[in-house]
Design a protein around this ligand. Sequence first.
Ligand SMILES: Nc1ncnc2c1ncn2[C@@H]1O[C@H](COP(=O)(O)OP(=O)(O)OP(=O)(O)O)[C@@H](O)[C@H]1O
Ligand SMILES: [Mg+2]
Length: 313
Amino acid sequence: MANKVVLKVSNLTKRFGSRIAVNNVSFSIHEGEIFGFLGPNGAGKSTTMKMICGLSTPTRGEINVCGFDIKRQREKALMSLGAMIENPLMYNYMSAYDNLKYFASLYKNVGKKEILACARIVGLQNRLKDLVGKYSLGMRQRLGIAQSLLHAPKLLILDEPLSGLDPAGVKEMRDFLRGLAKNNHIAIMVSSHMLGEMEQLCDTVAIINNGELLEIKHIEQLRQGIEGTKQIRFKVDYPNFAGSVVMRELKLPVQVVGNSILVKCGENRIKDITKLLVKRKVSILGVEVITKSLEEIFMDIIAHKTNGKTSIS
Ligand SMILES: Nc1ncnc2c1ncn2[C@@H]1O[C@H](COP(=O)(O)OP(=O)(O)OP(=O)(O)O)[C@@H](O)[C@H]1O
Ligand SMILES: [Mg+2]
């Protein structure tokens, strides 16, 4: 990606006593990029994000936001980012507008104009007079994002912004975040443990487990990896014969399972295989594409990387 680097994390480590929560993690995020930080519970996602937001001090390593080092130029670095970590802090007894006004007062030069602009970005401009206590979860998440955008940051850090949302809410949030990255050129780092959601939302996905960054993949690479695990199942009347024909004549890896053959190839080969089998007088009783679920691929990466190998690249 040719875009400007907005966040650079180098060799970041966090220890809590003898436990290493984040171990030597390095990555960069660019302008307008949605970067997914994917990992199971306890992987170290929130701890990493807290260090980036200046809420926790790294044991070791560097964090640079828009060219500002978080240790040496802390105020400038923090002014370049907005964050929503775990649940956004909000006052339920106050209106959404008053909440934003309170948070705006923490910054210089952030007033009514910016509050209204941010409310518009998150689509809450008509609900600003409502009490936050009466907001739905999705609306609270949006308000939290509006709050983190008040000072026009270049980087947005969102810890689990999809958690607790229903499928419609997830889609709405996803469309909203994509629009924000595209139209406002903001870099967004999002954490989640849901691979399927990340695949649909992010440009890049980094996988973290036990504090270690296992993979950083562009979403296209991730999809190709998924493509590579595909198998086509042909239910046939003579599986052993069908298997040997496909293997010999098309040079494709085949496994015979019960009354089916499993051919390791993409959907684009279905036509060739069907033609061949029909020519050899094999009856095809069913065809099915088998793809590993994203969750299986995710578990594979975690398992194989621990042994120093990767399964999908
Ligand atoms: N303040 C703390 N003191 C001690 N240990 C901590 C502290 N904060 C986090 N940890 C430990 O660091 C590890 C990583 O926790 P973290 O909250 O970063 O995980 P996570 O990836 O955000 O998980 P989740 O998906 O559950 O939110 C865990 O083992 C956790 O117990
Ligand atoms: Mg967390």
